[in-house]
Design a protein around this ligand. Structure first.
Ligand SMILES: Nc1nc2c(ncn2[C@@H]2O[C@H](COP(=O)(O)OP(=O)(O)OP(=O)(O)O)[C@@H](O)[C@H]2O)c(=O)[nH]1
Length: 308
């Protein structure tokens, strides 16, 4: 998108495919006052087809069943009502990451499967905190693949933040330990830690994260302050399965959903909010550094429901 495009336009543009899918599925439903059962079924199906999940769909259906459309229910007013119900599900989970840790640094572990957009998201987060005038440092805790360390270095340079790395195959916990000490000495506010995304080997990942936690705990019993799971929206319902697994393995404290641009599966955000109630910190709608912003529930609800 062009330089001057506002964030709101970017979210609209990014979620356009999701919005179109739900919009198409809701079109043609018209009623005089109340929606009848067949129409409510149709709406519920449309919501499920748009990846909002059966629970959110049932909840929205129930609310729409009680809604009296005073001036008749045309496509637009149904979409408005759907947007409001989606917003009610999203509002309680919208929560940006605030830098509040004392003593500093706030340690933010970032987890997620390879390819989810984890590295890019770390860079975007670093950029976001920098814009808020926080001192940021990265730690390359994914030592499993040399490429991961190299990629994170490239991003650190691009964003202009320091990075603590170790050798390929090195001990992530010892890198994190060094990073926390360095960050503390340098008065860094936010230390963002990349971790390996080997969900295929749960035991190893669990052991690795447990060790990182133990080491961090020795330096600061409150750390890690955040354990942020990065999810790829294009995975649709599989993203929900990842929440389930990572919650068990890593004690997730919040979510960032990436790649909402270019997928019609953005409704999965609503399913995640409804099913897990975990804070959603931000959404990614592109590959640029400023394509990550705090999650705005009302804006996203309106875009998903196709209320222009
Ligand atoms: N369109 C789009 N692409 C994204 C977004 N976030 C990340 N990507 C792209 O997704 C690809 C994978 O992102 P990475 O950040 O490398 O993902 P990773 O999880 O670190 O993956 P590995 O490096 O394979 O471990 C890259 O091509 C990114 O540019 C987003 O919000 N939108």
């Amino acid at each position: 998108m062009s330089e001057g495009t506002s964030w709101t336009e970017r979210v609209f543009g990014g979620l356009r495919k999701t919005s179109e899918r739900l919009g198409e599925n809701l079109s043609g439903i018209v009623s005089k006052t109340r929606l009848d059962d067949a129409q409510l079924d149709e709406i519920e199906d449309a919501l499920i087809l748009s990846d909002l999940g059966p629970r959110a769909a049932a909840r929205i259906r129930e609310r729409l069943a009680n809604e009296k459309f005073e001036r008749g229910a045309d496509e637009q007013s149904i979409k408005e009502a759907v947007a409001e119900e989606i917003a009610k599900i999203l509002r309680p989970v919208a929560k940006p990451i605030d830098i509040v840790a004392f003593p500093r640094p706030q340690v933010i572990l970032v987890i997620g499967v390879n390819g989810s957009g984890k590295t890019t998201t770390i860079a975007k987060l670093a950029h976001y905190f920098q814009e808020l005038d926080y001192g940021v440092m990265l730690a390359a805790g994914d030592t499993f693949r040399a490429a991961a360390i190299g990629q994170l270095k490239v991003w650190a340079d691009r964003v202009g933040v320091p990075i603590v790395t170790g050798p390929e195959g090195g001990d992530p916990a010892s890198i994190v330990f060094d990073a926390v000490k360095t960050a503390t000495d340098q008065g860094i506010d936010a230390l963002i830690v990349d971790t390996a995304g080997r969900l295929q080997n749960k035991r190893e990942l669990m052991d690795e994260l447990a060790k990182i936690r133990r080491v961090l705990g020795r330096l600061n019993p409150e750390a890690p302050h955040d354990v942020v799971l990065v999810l790829d929206a294009t995975n649709g319902q599989n993203a929900l399965q990842q929440i389930e697994t990572f919650k068990e393995v890593a004690g997730v404290t919040g979510l960032i959903m990436t790649k909402l641009d270019g997928t019609a599966r953005g409704g999965v955000l609503v399913a995640a909010a409804e099913q897990y109630g975990l804070p959603i910190h931000a959404i990614g709608v592109g590959e640029r550094l400023d394509d990550l912003r705090p999650f705005d529930p009302d804006l996203v609800a309106r875009v998903i429901a196709g209320v222009a």
